[in-house]
Design a protein around this ligand. Structure first.
Ligand code: SAH
Length: 203
């Protein structure tokens, strides 16, 4: 079982690394609209982690707003690209290659964790592990702000669709689900996809 999970994880890491050989569909070169809206409403507070940061747009957004910002991603190619952008934009961001299912390895705590398009990559087993890892990384009062593909988005292509109920069920223990709103994520493929924006605080 453990060996199978390790195999799958290696497989998924290689797939993501491969996807960054060219520009992947989600890598739009600017922050996703729901995260710009969150920044506008002042929802980014304190130390910010961009979980599964890809090429780092949301960590860079946080840094631009003056936050101490960290981005973590399993794909070294994504982190390399994020570091290049940080240098180009003259922004200081801590960018690390790592597995968000073992966020405890970072041994850091964050007031705000941003997740753009990562929650929906995990199967049920890893989803639970991810929420466990977030519970450790976010102290009570901290917030997890997440956008994922919605079950309202038709078709089979792309990542797994997530329902509102699944989000609520995942964050039943140690969390307060403040809101789950309809939003849209931009891609390089189709104009916009239907998504959920969840604001969840640690209790
Ligand atoms: N947040 C970025 C990337 C979203 S795509 C953006 O909005 O553009 C999903 C990202 O999650 C990919 O960059 C992938 O490499 C990363 N990822 C997938 N599984 C991961 C894991 N276990 N740990 C860390 N990052 C992971």
């Amino acid at each position: 079982m453990l060996q199978r999970m390790e195999e799958e994880r290696r497989h998924s890491r290689e797939e993501f690394e491969d996807s960054y050989r060219t520009t992947p569909p989600w890598d739009i070169g600017r922050p996703q609209p729901p995260f710009l809206a969150l920044a506008d409403e002042g929802a980014l507070e304190g130390r910010v982690l961009d979980s599964g940061c890809g090429t780092g747009e949301h960590a860079l957004l946080a840094a631009m707003l003056g936050h101490e910002a960290t981005g973590i991603d399993i794909a070294p190619a994504a982190i390399d690209a994020a570091r290049r952008k940080a240098a180009e934009r003259n922004l200081e961001v801590s960018l690390v290659v790592g597995d968000v299912l073992s966020l405890d390895a970072l041994d850091e705590r964050f007031d705000t964790v941003l997740d753009s398009g990562v929650f929906h990559v995990f199967d049920d087993v890893d989803r639970a592990r991810y929420v466990d890892a977030l519970r450790v990384a976010i102290p009570p009062g901290g917030r997890y702000l997440m956008a994922c593909f919605s079950d309202l988005e038709p078709g089979e292509w792309g990542p797994r669709r997530v329902s509102r109920d699944e989000i609520v069920a995942s964050f039943a223990d140690g969390w307060h689900v403040e809101s789950i709103d309809e939003t849209e994520l931009s891609t390089n493929l189709v104009p916009e996809v239907r998504a959920w924006l969840a604001r969840i605080s640690r209790t």
